[in-house]
Design a binder for this molecule. Structure first.
Ligand code: BTN
Length: 333
């Protein structure tokens, strides 16, 4: 539920200048006293709000928090009805999967500031400390066949790359099939989990989980990951509000779902433009990392988002993300 404090903080963020208590009160339809106590509460949370008897309130700086109030500065209140922001949870994918089986509608989103058991691909964990990243899960109820749905993760890589570009002005590269990189270091991972109807075998829902490293410093990663993982702020030398980025993610994911599955050209073209593997040497390994890596060169992305590899013996194969992962970028193995 959106509170008075949420409305006040969103108006303060939206306003470039001072905004009077009277203007706030009439815009929001709440008393001056309620505005005063919201401002007081926000100051206690670390918001630097200047007040002048003549001009009213002005927001000088804000803590970098993920909150419905801040997101309200960028999204309509009705959209936020289906957005849940948690301080801490085990895994946003797990929470949303449970909500999905209880009938939550398409477009429901769970966001957390911290995950205690963040899930990564292939049973790995995903580092999700407090105050650093965005851990975001989006529920879709697609009317698609299972073989069509696997490409939604690649579409998501494009959507999230756009969201990051909209806020930071930097377009991350896509490492096939769905990692986002800046300066060849991973700043975002995506994990899509599917729930099937047991009787019919049809898709009941899918949960698209997106983890973005926004503010991490190198010390926040275990030593063995420091060469391959980083954060947007560290790589771009720039700070932006996580709530603003989370709001852009909502907009871009809503657009994706609206385009699904007819708008494939747009996503495929952008994927091809941003895929960093193309034209580079790669080593293909099976998805469990077992066996000898097969050296080759990535020469294209096919219409089904599989990757075309030319091997050293001249043979060309189309490989899907269920079969292999590719390695071989400098700084990102
Ligand atoms: C990967 O790169 O291995 C995928 C990582 C996906 C992490 C996100 S964070 C939000 C969502 N909840 C989870 O538990 N995992 C995904």
């Amino acid at each position: 539920m959106i509170t008075t404090k949420d409305y006040v903080v969103s108006e303060l963020i939206k306003s470039d200048d001072y905004i009077s208590g009277e203007a706030l009160s009439s815009k929001l339809g709440i008393s001056r006293a309620a505005i005063n106590s919201a401002v007081k509460a926000l100051r206690l949370e670390g918001y630097d709000i200047e007040s002048s008897t003549r001009k009213g309130y002005s927001l000088k700086s804000n803590p970098d928090v993920l909150s419905v109030g801040e997101m309200l500065a960028y999204l309509p209140a009705e959209r936020l009805d289906k957005v849940i922001v948690l301080d801490e949870t085990d895994s946003t994918n797990k929470v949303l999967k449970d909500m999905g089986s209880d009938g939550a509608p398409e477009g429901t989103i769970v966001i957390a500031d911290c995950q205690l058991k963040g899930r990564g691909r292939l049973g790995r964990s995903f580092l999700s400390p407090h105050g650093k990243g965005i851990y975001f899960s989006y529920l879709v109820r697609p009317k698609s066949r299972i073989d069509e749905i696997s490409t939604i993760t690649a579409w998501t890589a494009v959507a999230i790359s756009n969201a990051i570009n909209n806020v930071f002005g930097v377009k991350p590269d896509i490492k096939w099939v769905n990692d986002l990189l800046i300066n060849k270091k991973k700043i975002c991972g995506i994990l899509t989990e599917l729930s099937l109807e047991t009787e019919s075998g049809h898709i009941d829902n899918i949960v698209i989980g997106i983890g973005i490293n926004v503010n991490h410093d190198p010390e926040d990663f275990p030593e063995e990951l420091r060469d391959i993982a980083s954060s947007i702020s560290f790589e771009c030398k720039k700070h932006e509000s996580r709530s603003k980025l989370a709001s852009e993610m909502v907009k871009e994911m809503d657009k994706l779902v609206e385009c699904w599955a007819d708008g494939k050209e747009i996503y495929l073209n952008q994927y091809r433009e941003n895929c960093i593997n193309i034209g580079r040497d790669v080593a293909c390994v099976n998805i469990h990392g077992e066996g000898n890596p097969r050296p080759g060169k990535a020469i294209g992305i096919n219409d089904d988002f599989s990757i075309r590899i030319e091997f050293e013996d001249g043979s060309v194969e189309n490989l899907s993300s269920g079969e292999v992962s590719v390695r071989g970028l400098y700084g990102y193995v």
